[in-house]
Write a new protein. Structure first.
Length: 345
């Protein structure tokens, strides 16, 4: 057999295989393809991963834009970067919101409220996610109410903020638990109860540690040492990126958290922005929330050099950075510092 005939046979064989593969895909019902795309929408690592799949062929592009698929858009699927922000990115998020995606509603709401300074629409979008028990949205609304970010200082509504924190805590938010704990300890918007406040702070620490253990590469070793706190559970997305747990010579430690996509967008958006005279930002390195008016955030009572939008940000920054930098803490006591030892606000 000549080389030419062999080559022709190989080409025909490949063509038949390609036809079979195309036929198998085309034979799949739309319902099955839509379920697969919905799973991809929920679990994609970035918006580009999901969009790339839709650009594969006309059928995937058509089915991928169905409300049943976009409704399942997960936290990373809607996580547009600030450098890639465009009208098309906003249209994609709006399509996800119209389909019923809580993650997209919270993400775009944060952008409009803080970056575009469209507080009315931004708050409405965050509220839309909050009424579906979206923990980060509930906690963000609580921060807005605590600080009066909607307008003047008179816009603060502490009882409502505490109620929102309670709802977020029910969904497993460690930051909301911590905020409630301090409110009970200080009698801030709630009837003062030091015992109840201390219990909530302990629950917040245990929940944070449990989530960090689950993300740790040394999970089995850590579970054997801290098995008691593993009974604490959180709803998916309640504590995104709580860092990793590890052991050192001084005992159990937790690394800094990863940035939530919404907070990462804020940090990137305001990185090179100017014209904010007199307005600062939350000093926690993973927050990115800006002040909407002068002196909106409370300063550290020790050094006065840093400010925080919430107790959650203060507690996280104290653990990973500020306890080493605060001028009021003698170096001799640094190894004994624990969450809640100093009321910086």
């Amino acid at each position: 057999m000549s080389r030419t005939s062999e080559g022709e046979m190989m080409c025909r064989k490949r063509a038949r295989i390609s036809e079979l593969e195309v036929d198998r895909f085309e034979c799949l019902p739309d319902d099955i393809v839509s379920v697969i795309l919905a799973k991809l929408s929920f679990s994609a690592d970035s918006p580009s991963d999901f969009v790339s799949a839709l650009l594969t062929c006309t059928r995937l592009n058509r089915l991928g834009q169905q409300p049943a698929v976009l409704k399942e858009a997960g936290m990373n699927t809607v996580a547009v970067r600030a450098k890639n922000w465009s009208d098309s990115a906003e249209r994609f998020l709006c399509a996800c919101i119209n389909a019923g995606s809580n993650e997209a509603s919270y993400f775009l709401g944060m952008i409009r409220f803080y970056c575009m300074e469209d507080k009315v629409n931004g708050k409405q979008m965050i509220y839309k996610a909050a009424i579906e028990d979206h923990a980060p949205a509930l906690y963000s609304l609580a921060i807005i109410k605590f600080n009066g970010s909607e307008g003047s200082k008179e816009c603060r509504n502490i009882p409502t903020a505490c109620a929102l924190c309670a709802l977020a805590a029910d969904q497993g938010s460690a930051d909301a638990l911590r905020e409630l704990g301090y409110c009970f300890q200080d009698g801030y918007g709630l009837r003062k109860s030091v015992v109840r406040g201390k219990n909530l702070l302990m629950q917040a620490n245990a929940l944070e540690a449990a989530c960090a253990i689950r993300a740790s590469p040394e999970r089995l070793q850590l579970e054997s040492k801290l098995s008691a706190i593993m009974s604490f559970k959180a709803a998916p997305g309640a504590n995104p990126g709580l860092g990793r747990a590890y052991w050192t010579e001084t005992g159990f430690q937790m690394g800094p958290r990863e940035k939530h996509p919404a907070n990462r967008f804020l940090l990137e958006w305001f990185e090179n922005k100017t014209g904010r005279v007199g307005l600062g930002f939350c000093s926690d390195s993973i927050c990115g929330r800006p002040e909407t008016r002068e002196n909106e955030f409370r300063k550290c009572a020790g050094c006065g050099d840093v400010k925080y939008c919430s107790r959650g940000c203060q507690a996280h920054d104290w653990k990973v950075r500020h306890k080493v930098e605060c001028s009021t803490v003698p170096p001799f006591y640094l190894h004994q510092a624990v969450d809640g030892d100093q009321d910086q606000n």
